[in-house]
Design a protein around this ligand. Structure first.
Ligand code: AMP
Length: 114
């Protein structure tokens, strides 16, 4: 855990955040500033700064995160579809430097993003 990382603190339970899913390796919680009726963040508990910093050892973890995304989409009733976004680095619009997967759904989403 990085003591100055917001998402490390959330994952550790420091803010008593409600988790939609929690496993040994990941947590999922609702975005504080939702961009869609469903806006959930799925994050690894371990501090990984961004997608650009993944290593081969993270292969299983990434699969676990994708399956959690699918499970949450089902729980949220996103039968008409949804979007998964991983903003990466300054050009990607990443504002929190702890890897996170946005799950967005519940409305028709536009493409391309800005
Ligand atoms: P990104 O811009 O891709 O790095 O996404 C960071 C996301 O974290 C944004 O959608 C924020 O609304 C969200 N966020 C920031 N602080 C919190 C928090 N305390 N709890 C839940 N979501 C947060």
């Amino acid at each position: 855990m990085h003591s100055d990382c917001l998402f490390c603190k959330i994952a550790s339970g420091a803010f008593s955040t409600e988790f939609l899913v929690e496993t040994e390796n990941l947590v999922a919680f609702r975005d504080i500033n939702p961009a869609a009726p469903t806006h959930v963040l799925v994050i690894p508990k371990r501090h990984i700064p961004s997608l650009a910093r993944l290593g081969p050892e993270d292969q299983h973890l990434m699969g676990e995160i994708m399956l959690a995304v699918k499970q949450i989409a089902e729980q949220e009733g996103l039968d008409e579809g949804f979007r998964v976004v991983v903003n990466t680095g300054p050009d990607g619009g990443q504002s929190v430097n702890h890897l996170h997967f946005h799950l967005l759904g519940g409305r028709s989403l536009q493409w391309p993003p800005g």
